[in-house]
Design a protein around this ligand. Structure first.
Ligand code: NAD
Length: 263
């Protein structure tokens, strides 16, 4: 059902791991989407949890340091750059909401003010005991690389503490058993943007997380134009095809630059 809320011509772009796949960062569904601790194989959905961090913090940190190394080694691709250009063109009528923690949108040149990193950023840590909500960049001394399976040593553990209170720190990411909030993850702001959106462009996400699902359903309900770019059908592509939108099947670098030019 369409409603009469003002749109201001706002274009909201929602991205997921698929936009960074062609930069060489594995998605969670791809073949690299597992991790071994001892003799056990863990899927990302098991490791990226507060529960896993509580019982094996060093292993979880090791996984994040390895993932961060993959993000550092990657460069933004043509789809990230096309969104930078779209933001330049649309200005205040543009908002980017990303589930990616890889930082590639910001490295491509998207502005921090108009880029909501709703699942955090892998380059930052915060106090695991929540002495404040302040974010701290991972210490330079950790270096940019981390081999798969490398075990955290005492020197590295000493770096991964809250600079304010000395308690252990944790990756600044939203884990699968945690809740969104506004201060760290722009929950309400993302939903409010959808209330004003004329178009919602969804790129490379399987639709398995809560806020993106709410955004797409609400956008479709309001009658915002829903365009979905993905290599595979998803719940969001089905939603787009049921309404007035479209599913563009293909890779992000093939399709996003041309799509942005049409907006
Ligand atoms: P997902 O792995 O569940 O889904 C990825 C989607 O991208 C799939 O629908 C897949 O078909 C599609 N895809 C794959 N290659 C593509 C390409 N070249 N072009 C376009 N689409 C492509 O990822 P998700 O939906 O973002 O959710 C998983 C969670 O994992 C999120 O919380 C996210 O924060 C996290 N994650 C982030 C990164 C990253 O920061 N790059 C990587 C993996 C997972």
């Amino acid at each position: 059902m369409m409603d009469d809320a003002p749109t201001d011509g706002l274009v909201v772009v929602l991205t997921g791991a698929g936009i960074s796949a062609e930069s060489g960062i594995p998605t969670f569904r791809g073949p690299e989407g597992y991790w071994v601790v001892g003799s056990r194989h863990y899927r990302p959905m098991e490791l990226a949890t507060a529960a896993a961090f509580a019982c094996m913090p060093d292993d979880v940190w090791g996984w994040y340091l390895y993932r961060r190394a993959a993000c550092r080694a990657a460069a933004p691709n043509a789809a990230h750059r096309a969104l930078v250009e779209l933001e330049r063109r649309l200005g205040e009528r543009f908002l980017l909401v990303t589930q990616n923690v890889d930082g590639l949108h910001l490295r491509a040149g998207s502005s921090p003010g108009r880029t909501y990193e709703i699942h955090g950023n892998i380059d930052f840590m915060r106090c695991a005991r929540e002495c404040t909500t302040a974010l701290h960049p991972l210490p330079d001394a950790l270096g940019p690389s981390w081999e798969k399976g490398r075990v955290l040593g005492a020197a590295e553990k000493a770096l991964l503490v809250c600079p304010r209170c000395g308690a252990p720190s944790r990756p600044h990411v939203l884990w699968f058993d945690e809740y969104y909030d506004e201060e760290r993850f722009r929950f309400q702001s993302s939903l409010a943007a959808v209330e004003r959106a004329a178009a919602l462009i969804v790129i490379g996400t399987s639709g398995a997380t809560n806020l993106p699902t709410q955004m797409c359903h609400r956008g479709a309900e309001r009658g915002a134009m829903l365009m979905v770019v993905d290599t595979e059908p998803t719940p969001f592509s089905a939603l787009a095809e049921r309404g007035s939108g479209a599913f563009l099947r293909g890779t992000a670098t093939e399709l996003v630059p041309a799509l942005c030019q049409r907006l």
